[in-house]
Design a protein around this ligand. Structure first.
Ligand code: ADP
Ligand code: ZN
Length: 203
């Protein structure tokens, strides 16, 4: 019997600490158990937990991953015969990842993409919105708001423990020292003070 194509795009999204990497790794582990040939990529920008050769979740579990800096690199590095391609930290990728994910799925590959959907201001982050649009399956995960213990959907950036100003750079890679999971009501994005504006202007 001819095998049905498993070509599809799955997106795992949501706030930091919501368990996206854990869920990505769970799917990857199960695909490996199902004797699928799996290749994992992650943005070279994220080297927070164990160096860039692994996907790590906040609980410290690891699976080996290829660091990539662009969507073209993902397309180039996919080995012939691979059944499943997983991409973690996809919010840092260029929008070309949308075409690459679609092309791989069209070729019959299962593509699993994980990334946070909002930046620290609560605005759409990089290619995640368009990836949601082309996905067959979307899972939006939530964390626990560190302030009120409700469901958290927002990334709170902190600088020296205080909410970071909206004018800061969109990409600032960090873990628990610079980000918290918060709900909409507890999420704070103050405008920069004059002194902060000057610092930002100095770069
Ligand atoms: P993500 O990839 O979405 O950033 P991870 O899979 O790396 O998330 O980590 C999820 C884990 O983070 C949870 O299982 C939990 O142990 C831990 N964690 C830390 N802070 C929180 C929080 N505020 N809410 C939920 N889980 C948290
Ligand atoms: Zn809250």
């Amino acid at each position: 019997m001819e095998r049905r194509s498993e070509g599809r795009v799955e997106v795992i999204t949501g706030v930091m600490f919501s368990g996206k990497s854990e869920e990505l790794m769970r799917r990857v582990r199960r695909a490996i158990i199902a004797r699928r040939d799996v290749q994992v990529f992650k943005s070279h920008l994220d080297d927070r937990y164990s160096g860039i050769r692994h996907v790590s979740s906040h609980d410290g579990k690891k699976i080996e991953a290829w660091p990539v800096s662009s969507s073209v690199e993902v397309a180039e590095k996919v080995r012939p015969g691979v059944h499943v391609v997983a991409v973690d930290e996809a919010q840092f990728m260029d929008v070309g990842i949308v075409r690459v994910a679609n092309a791989l799925a069209d070729q019959g590959l299962r593509v699993i993409v994980a990334g946070t959907d909002m930046d620290f201001r609560g605005e759409p982050f990089g290619p995640i919105g368009p990836l949601l649009a082309i996905a067959e399956r979307i899972d939006k995960l939530h964390a626990i708001c560190v302030i009120c213990a409700e469901r958290a959907s927002r990334n709170q950036r902190l600088i020296d423990g205080e909410p970071a100003a909206a004018e800061g750079p969109t990409i600032h890679v960090g873990g628990a020292e610079s980000y918290e999971a918060r709900c909409r009501a507890c999420h704070e994005v103050p405008a920069a003070t004059d002194a902060q504006e000057e610092l930002l202007a100095e770069g």
